[in-house]
Write a protein that binds this ligand. Structure first.
Ligand code: NAD
Ligand code: DAU
Length: 340
């Protein structure tokens, strides 16, 4: 199978590519990525040499319809998995425009090109954030729940999910949408909670916890998510939506304390700061549909996966220092201001 992976230089897309090239000898990949601040070619270092003939890279914007059409044709693509997105909630609060460009207009161009070419498989990678926020006692989100996005990021992702629905209903295009909870693992850009707090703790810098730190996220290891996406691509029902989760709800404060313990740093580094506007309180996923129809189940406990992940960051200081230079420091100053 020849697969177009978009956003393959990012955190999850690169893990998906590593997994397929290593475990699925019959799969060839073209990675289409525009290399935004989050797109890091080092995430796929050595892949071109090790898997010669099975991997190609195309630098392009998914919103560029003619570029996407050309790549689909030239690469003889049979399936698309769309990871390309603007993904950081805080950045969407500061400026929503890039989120609408990629997550809505970009997805529109990708769907248009894939449908015109008559592709038989298309997986769009979405998020639990489209469902909004849960109270502490509420049952976990199911695929039947309404879309109630609260941030510009989640509104753009919910819009993308609705485009997918429309492409299936209107054109009978066989698109599948997957929605997943918070991922962690190697190669995550250190604006997201886990690598950010690890990186700050290593530098003995204050750790900015929003609000009370009682907000809850469900954590899934990136490889479990990638296995779920592969199952959706190969076994999923066209038009279906599948939830994935890690069965690991933890408060932010719990996660931050575990990182401090791993680093051997004191809790006095924690600084409670003004909350994120529109901050969702809790996410939790009911993934029984994916379990039933795809055979999906997460394989790692959070504690096991977190220790492996922090070991990876500890063992890759060059990766961290490459991604935490210039523009990244400017983002921290602009976003956190005097909260840090
Ligand atoms: P990321 O920010 O690490 O990477 C995004 C990638 O997309 C980068 O390589 C970037 O260069 C590329 N990209 C951005 N705009 C593009 C464009 N217009 N054209 C081509 N490439 C473009 O993201 P991630 O955390 O790996 O997330 C991947 C997908 O999974 C996203 O769709 C996200 O919404 C979804 N998701 C993420 C999580 C999570 O916890 N990180 C959870 C659930 C769902
Ligand atoms: O749930 C899936 C989503 O998870 C994905 O769709 C998003 O792309 C991904 O960014 C992530 O969104 P979150 O907003 O949950 O992730 P983030 O790492 O930004 O924050 C996790 C929690 O930690 C959240 O409750 C906010 C809190 N937080 C985060 C940062 C960066 C802090 O308290 N302080 C911080 O400095």
């Amino acid at each position: 199978m020849r697969i177009l992976v978009t956003g393959g230089c990012g955190f999850i897309g690169s893990d998906f590519i590593h997994m397929l090239l290593t475990d699925m000898p019959d799969v060839d990949i073209c990675n289409l990525d525009s290399l935004t601040y989050a797109g890091n070619p080092a995430n796929l270092e050595g892949v071109e040499g090790r898997f010669a003939g099975r991997y190609t890279f195309a630098r392009a914007d998914i919103a560029d319809l003619s570029a996407v059409e050309r790549i689909l044709a030239e690469q003889r693509i049979e399936a698309v998995v769309n990871f390309a997105a603007e993904t950081h909630v805080d950045r969407s609060i500061a400026d929503a425009a890039p989120f609408l460009h990629t997550n809505v207009l970009g997805l529109h161009a990708l769907l248009t090109a894939a449908q015109r070419r008559g592709l038989a498989s298309f997986v769009h990678v979405s998020t639990d954030e489209v469902y909004g926020s849960l109270t502490p006692e509420a049952p976990a989100f199911t695929e039947a729940d309404p879309l109630v996005p609260n941030s510009p990021y989640s509104a753009s992702k919910a819009s993308g999910d609705l485009l997918c629905r429309a492409w299936h209903e209107t054109y009978a295009f066989p698109v599948i949408v997957t929605r997943c909870s918070n991922n962690y693992g190697p190669r995550q850009f250190p604006e997201k909670l886990i690598p950010f707090m690890y990186f700050r703790a290593c530098e003995d810098q204050p750790l900015p916890v929003y609000g009370t730190g009682k907000n809850v996220r469900d954590w899934i290891h990136v490889r479990d998510h990638c296995r779920g996406i592969w199952l959706a691509l190969t076994r999923g029902r066209p038009g279906a939506v599948y939830n994935f989760g890690g069965a690991a709800e933890r408060s932010n404060l719990t996660v931050v304390h575990r990182i401090l313990d791993f680093c051997g740093k004191p809790a006095s580094l924690i600084r409670f700061v003004a909350d994120r506007p529109g901050h969702d309180f809790r996410y939790a996923m009911d993934y029984s549909l994916a379990r039933r129809e795809l055979g999906f189940a997460p394989s790692r406990t959070f504690e096991q996966g977190l220790a492996e992940t922090l070991d990876w960051y500890r063992g890759n200081p060059a990766w961290i220092s490459n991604v935490t230079s210039g523009a990244y420091r400017t983002f921290l100053k602009t976003w956190y201001g005097d909260r840090l």
